[in-house]
Design a protein around this ligand. Structure first.
Ligand SMILES: Cc1cc2nc3c(=O)[nH]c(=O)nc-3n(C[C@H](O)[C@H](O)[C@H](O)COP(=O)(O)OP(=O)(O)OC[C@H]3O[C@@H](n4cnc5c(N)ncnc54)[C@H](O)[C@@H]3O)c2cc1C
Length: 418
């Protein structure tokens, strides 16, 4: 019988093992934790954003880290294929805002447990608490792994050890070492989907405050590098929230995005400078006898007003009717470009995904097989791929896991028949 070894029981490894087993291969799945899918169990704030209903072209657009490498994997195993598979096995799902798909139960832990039972149903031999220490090619061309419990051989080996973020979930980057030892290039590892640390301390004092419908843009040497519209959050170290996480992805990928960088927050992105000026004039007229900081209460969240006034160089205690036209224009300008100095990101361990990994040019995108070592495959975050939030990262892991599992099992069957 064909034998496939899978290293790492995350989203990619589980799909690879399930797919190889359903193709008739004998599969051993090694996992260092005492459960499968530990990281999956904390995804989507505990609800597991499994995938997205958008088109596969949009998937690629939402994948700044080598999205095009995923064309073939997405053709072979789409978001629809994933949902059909899960639904037919009995895991109900639901679609939410932005096309995000979650399990009906809202429980990531349920998904993890469900997939564990499915692996057992399909006869996958699951080695829990059995960390793989080395991977090598035997003289006869078969693959071998040394684990905590012994040495095992297979016709193929699929490395699905994930990235380097959230190491408590088991993703400690072991796969990069295996890949390097087998002659692969591992590109620079960087945090992506990660909050920013700022030089200024005023965001710390606003910790917990979120802003909606704002635009955040990253600037380097006076040039805009990236911008997103949506929600952000002040924290005890700087800034976070959806648009900041997206900007961090640009920071991980764009050569010109080198820290320190300037973050500009447009608090009124829907208004032109002239319309905003009129709006400020109206409010100052309405609260004519009040101090400027009190005259702005309809314009901005209360705690943000002193910050904006300070950046605009205006004394908030001055009565609103004494503010000059020039000062008002400075105020509008600051409201549309509140500046922060981003000194860096939080550490890689805190990132949602790792940018960088096994070089995509060394992997066949149609099979996920190594171009350097026959019968060696990669899937999931260990590869140099990473996407935005919205279910894109899990789908990338599922799709590449499916392709690797199928190709490993099919190739073996062909070679056995020869
Ligand atoms: C907090 C958080 C929330 C997220 N939410 C979402 C979300 O809702 N939707 C989404 O699409 N993406 C989300 N992601 C990203 C997504 O979880 C990952 O991209 C995805 O899990 C990667 O899957 P993977 O199988 O490649 O790796 P992992 O899930 O990291 O799995 C790798 C597995 O390999 C095991 N392993 C490692 N080394 C060895 C070894 N030497 N021997 C044996 N086993 C080993 C690890 O223990 C681990 O179980 C989130 C990430 C985080 C951190």
């Amino acid at each position: 019988m064909n034998e496939v070894i899978v290293i790492g029981a995350g989203a990619a490894g589980i799909l690879a093992a399930l797919t190889a087993a359903s193709q008739g291969a004998a599969v051993r799945l090694f996992e260092k934790n005492d459960i499968v899918g530990k990281k999956m169990g904390i995804t989507g704030k505990g609800r597991c954003n499994l995938t997205n209903t958008c088109s596969m072209t949009e998937f690629i657009a939402h994948t700044p880290g080598h999205g095009k490498f995923l064309y073939s994997a997405y053709e072979q195993f789409t978001n629809r294929d994933l949902l059909d598979q899960l639904n037919s096995w009995g895991l109900a799902t639901k679609e939410e805002r932005g096309g995000r798909v979650f399990p009906q139960s809202d429980s990531a832990v349920e998904v993890r447990k469900f997939l564990y039972y499915k692996l057992r149903d399909l006869g996958v031999r699951i080695h829990l608490q059995d960390s793989v220490r080395a991977v090598y090619v035997r003289e006869d061309g078969r693959m071998a792994v040394c684990t905590a419990s012994g040495t095992y051989e297979g016709d193929a080996c699929i490395i699905t050890t994930g990235g380097m973020s959230y190491p408590v979930t088991g993703s400690t980057g072991d796969g990069y070492g295996f890949a390097s030892s087998l002659g692969h290039t591992v590109t620079e590892l960087k945090p992506s989907l990660i909050p920013f640390v700022t030089a200024e301390i005023w965001p710390h004092t606003l910790s917990g405050m979120s802003l909606r419908n704002v635009e955040g843009s990253l600037w380097k040497q006076g040039k805009k590098q990236a911008a997103y519209f949506g929600e952000m959050l002040f924290t005890h170290f700087g800034v976070s929230g959806p648009i900041i996480l997206m900007l961090s992805s640009d920071a991980a990928h764009k050569k010109k995005c080198v820290f320190p960088m300037q973050l500009r927050i447009n608090l009124k992105p829907a208004l032109s400078a002239a319309t905003l000026d009129q709006r400020i004039q109206r409010d100052f007229q309405k609260y004519i006898r009040k101090e400027t900081e009190n005259a702005m209460k309809d314009l901005l969240p209360q705690r943000l007003i002193p910050v904006v006034l300070e950046q605009a160089g205006i004394d908030g205690h001055v009565p609103a009717n004494q503010i000059t036209k020039l000062q008002r224009q400075d105020l509008a300008g600051t409201m549309q470009a509140l500046c922060l100095t981003v000194t860096g990101t939080r550490p890689l361990e805190e990132a949602i995904v790792t940018a960088g990994g096994v070089h995509v040019k060394e992997i066949d995108p149609k099979t996920m097989e190594s171009k350097r070592v026959p019968n060696l495959y990669f899937a999931g975050e260990v590869i140099d791929i990473d996407a935005f939030t919205g279910g894109y990262n899990l789908q990338a892991a599922f799709s590449t896991g499916y392709v690797a599992g199928k190709a490993a099992a099919v190739k073996e069957r062909e070679s056995c028949e020869k």
